[in-house]
Design a protein around this ligand. Structure first.
Ligand code: SAH
Ligand code: SF4
Ligand code: F3S
Length: 462
């Protein structure tokens, strides 16, 4: 019998890459590949790369250097593929700089992986970074029951891809192409199948997820709010989330969905990037700071237990101390439960990279440190205020000690629970007893009434 071939996929960057990596693994499962966690054991290594900042993009070359060395030492014939946004942005350069690479495949061509791989195996180095006319999603197979179970009860589903917003700092419109939304029926099918296989929580993902405008079952165009409302009707789907949103597309329908759909978690990642009107305009974000405050106010009115997270860029070209102070003021006024913050990184081909008024590196570092201190304090305050509160937790994996399980709160905090009378995939009610820097701990008060409709199936293994 032929032994199964082994695939090792490493994802960098955003959740869309995580989803894409899974779909590549699902596609290659049909070709007889099984996933392994050990690159040394793999017949095929795929690096699914991110181009968003220079540091992220450079990681691929150091990773390739390591792989080359390991391959030489073991005298192995492991195939090496580079996928994702660096593949899309600099496929030819990867081929030039890294002779160890057999195959470069852009995000819109993953459905072509089997053919590309077959060609590459004949010794031809392959590059496919086209934006093909056919929709890859129609050709990417679904995971098997065993694979879905191994991935746990919280899953991602891409509903929208690409971006037409062209923020002046961002590579995504170039690496992922024009905005496109998947048809509603396909999303519902994918979600229903996942739920049948034991999934309890789905996060809808897209670079601009709230700009979703997919074709509905009746031929009309659905926005994200209507899509969420349809998904909320799937029996057994206990939790819905979506990410990442743009403030411009936070319409009243979507805000109302937070009031009307109990499945929709009270947690929103809504990147603002800067608190300065001047900088927001220079970034081409097409909204001001007051617009952001107004959205948050409406959201909190619709869902009083809402918590927020955001992304920030410091040191965008032309950013003065006063602009930065506006960002700090916004942070203090909103009180984020969590946030990501970055130093501006000039990206080739984006308008801001060519601006004269680049901010010196040491000023960027200083501002980042000040901002991160404030954001960390804000997160710590939010976490501390969770002590004594009672939440529903979706149990996702075993903890470090025997009997422990780890789940996620509505706010995506990790919560450790000792010996709950429940198993992975269950939702339990927990009172938070301890707050640590990276996770919370809680006492189980009982199993929430809505159990998975999959009780007749074998328990989910971690
Ligand atoms: N679509 C999302 C963001 C996708 S990129 C949105 O519109 O908000 C994820 C985050 O990376 C961005 O929110 C931004 O904070 C950061 N980012 C993007 N380009 C960057 C750059 N050139 N330098 C530094 N950070 C950047
Ligand atoms: Fe990039 Fe802006 Fe599009 Fe977000 S909205 S992906 S930051 S161009
Ligand atoms: Fe990175 Fe591409 Fe995502 S650039 S953040 S992997 S869309």
């Amino acid at each position: 019998m032929q032994k199964p071939r082994k695939l090792y996929v490493k994802s960098f960057g955003c959740q869309m890459n995580v989803y894409d990596s899974q779909r590549m693994a699902d596609t290659l499962a049909r070709e007889g590949y099984e996933e392994t966690q050990d690159p040394a054991d793999a017949d095929l290594v795929i690096l699914n790369t991110c181009h968003i900042r220079e540091k992220a993009a450079e990681k691929v070359y150091s990773e390739l250097g390591r792989l080359r060395k390991a391959k030489q030492e073991a005298a192995s014939d492991t195939m090496i593929a580079v996928a994702g946004c660096v593949a899309q942005a600099e496929g030819a350069e990867i081929m030039r700089r890294a002779p160890v690479v057999d195959l470069v495949v852009g995000p819109q061509s993953y459905h072509r992986l089997p053919e590309l791989l077959a060609e590459a195996k004949t010794g031809k180095r392959m590059v496919d970074t086209e934006f093909p006319v056919e929709d890859k999603f129609n050709h990417l197979p679904a995971p098997s029951l065993a694979v879905t179970r191994s991935r746990g009860p919280a899953a991602f589903v891409t509903v929208q891809e690409g971006c037409d917003k062209f923020c002046t700092f961002c590579v995504v419109p170039y690496t992922r192409g024009a905005e496109m939304s998947r048809p509603v029926a396909r999303i519902l099918d994918e979600a229903a199948r996942l739920v049948d296989q034991g999934v309890r929580e789905i996060t809808l993902i897209g670079q601009n997820v709230n700009a979703f405008h997919g074709e509905g079952e009746d031929g009309s165009t659905y926005g994200l709010a209507r899509l969420l409302e349809r998904l909320a009707r799937i029996d057994g789907l206990a939790r819905l989330r979506y990410t990442t949103s743009h403030p411009r597309d936070m319409d009243d329908g979507l805000i109302s969905a937070h009031r009307d759909l109990p499945q929709l978690m009270p947690y929103l990642h809504l990147p603002v990037q800067s608190g300065s009107d001047r900088i927001l305009a220079a970034m081409n974000r097409k909204h001001g700071r007051e617009d952001y405050f107004a959205i948050i106010e409406k959201m909190r009115a619709a869902r009083p237990d809402l918590a927020l997270s955001s992304d920030f860029i410091v040191g965008f070209p032309g950013e003065t101390d006063a602009d930065f102070e506006d960002t700090m003021d916004l942070v203090r006024r909103i009180g984020f439960a969590s946030a990501y913050s970055f130093k501006y990184s000039p990206r080739p081909g984006t308008p801001a990279a060519d601006r004269d008024a680049q901010v010196p590196e040491d000023v960027k570092s200083e501002r980042l440190a000040v901002l991160q201190k404030e954001l960390e304090a804000s997160k710590a305050a939010f976490d501390a205020a969770c002590a004594g509160r009672t939440f529903d937790i979706l149990l996702e994996k075993p903890g470090r000690q025997a009997g422990q399980l780890i789940g996620r709160s509505p706010y995506l905090q990790s919560v450790v629970v000792n010996d709950p009378p429940a198993r992975i995939g269950d939702i339990i009610t927990v009172t938070i007893t301890d707050v640590g820097p990276n996770s919370l701990a809680g006492r189980c008060e009982g199993v929430a009434p809505s159990r998975a409709p999959t009780d007749s199936l074998a328990p989910l293994e971690a």
